[in-house]
Design a protein around this ligand. Sequence first.
Ligand code: HAM
Length: 458
Amino acid sequence: MTIQSPEGTRDLLPDEAKFWAHFKAVASDVFGAYGYVPIETPVFEQTDLFVRGIGEATDVVSKEMFIALSGENLKRLLDGGAVKAKSRLSLRPEGTAGVVRAVVQHDLVPQGAPPVKLVYAGPMFRAERPQKGRQRQFNQVGIECLGAEEPSVDAEGIIMLMRFYAAIGIPVEATELLVNSMGCDACRPPYRDAVKAYMDAHADELCDECKRRADINPLRAFDCKNPGCAAVMEDAPKITDHLCDDCRAHYGTVKAYLDGAGLAYTEDPKLVRGLDYYTRTVFEVQVTEGMGSQNAIGGGGRYDKLVQEVGGRPTPGFGFALGYERCVLALQAAGYAFPPARRCDCFVACVDDSVRAEAFSLVQALRDAGLASEMDHQHRSLKSQFKLADKLDAAFVVVMGPDELAAGQVKARNMQTHEEHLVDLAAAKSLLACLAAEPSGTEPLGIAEVFGGIGEGN
Ligand code: HAM
């Protein structure tokens, strides 16, 4: 049996791999305009970082982490030995914890410094049950802004995320932006107690897991997919009725900025997010049609205690991540198809093997001039070279034959109009070089047109 990709993973074949590169480039452009600069952190970290940062009671940490063990440590464990804390490693289930660890480790926000704005992209790993839109390895693009607690940071981040969706082609009307505030150390504990008391009073209507959650982390019950629990939690106390004055003012200002930017949003007091580090603002973007149950294409919020949690000085933070694969599903639901990864501007065809070396050098020259160019490497007949050029969607084909070459010429065929002209070889090379240096908009059709204009008609 042939070996298949592991369950919950997906190959990005060339057309899509090219789109992923484009996706990251658009993110870099949109977020770059807001001052975000790139950061890369390892795909595995000490397990402790995720336990402390994301929270031991979250599903992500308690059920979904992929543990990374070196062969040496696996042997040690199998032999009944122990592994040192710093060698207990896990694949990152999300990017925030690693970025915050790097910010602390390299002191990227020295006291009194302006906020640091970081953007990252790459694979995350969660051992969830795979389904449409839910994978075990998936790609995220995320941003983190550390060093400012002003609500303008939150609003700016949310506006920026919605701009990204528009720039990548997800129709705004297909999305719904949900916002909430999770409160802070002052107002959340009494709210949590109120939710626990409510859950205790409805214990016989809750699933076993939610009964356990009531003791460890009652707010997680808002995420329970069990319809009975969802019905109970619908009437649970609402955080927005329990916010302290500071948190209410912060939330109010975030909303005022969003209103000012003309951004539509829905307040959802049940939105708690699946990670424990959030304080104050949380938000999620969902796609309403064609996605199934995994319809969140991005989300994030403020985390003013996380830096301390991983050992740094008190430093407020805000960020979000968006799921690449779910964005692709959203785009496909809106009718998007990947354009072919490969574009060929010019295919150089050989009439026979005697011109092969000259054709090889012309292809190099065309590529040097910035044109995607190809030739046959399998001694095909001229007819099948044309078929190949068609398959590559070549804009034009240069046919090199011994007789024309002896006169320093080649034949150029515009593959769209089927016009064919004799062209001087040296002129062809330099003309193509000039066109390649032109601002966009002239290639590849412009090249074909010019080819149509300069040669002797056949
Ligand atoms: P998250 O909501 O866990 O947040 O993930 C962000 C996005 O990643 C989700 O909205 C979804 O699009 C995508 N995603 C999550 N899990 C999967 C999966 N199993 N398969 C496919 N896509 C998935 C975070 O990860 C936070 N670190 C965001 C953040 C940054 N908060 C503050 N800073």
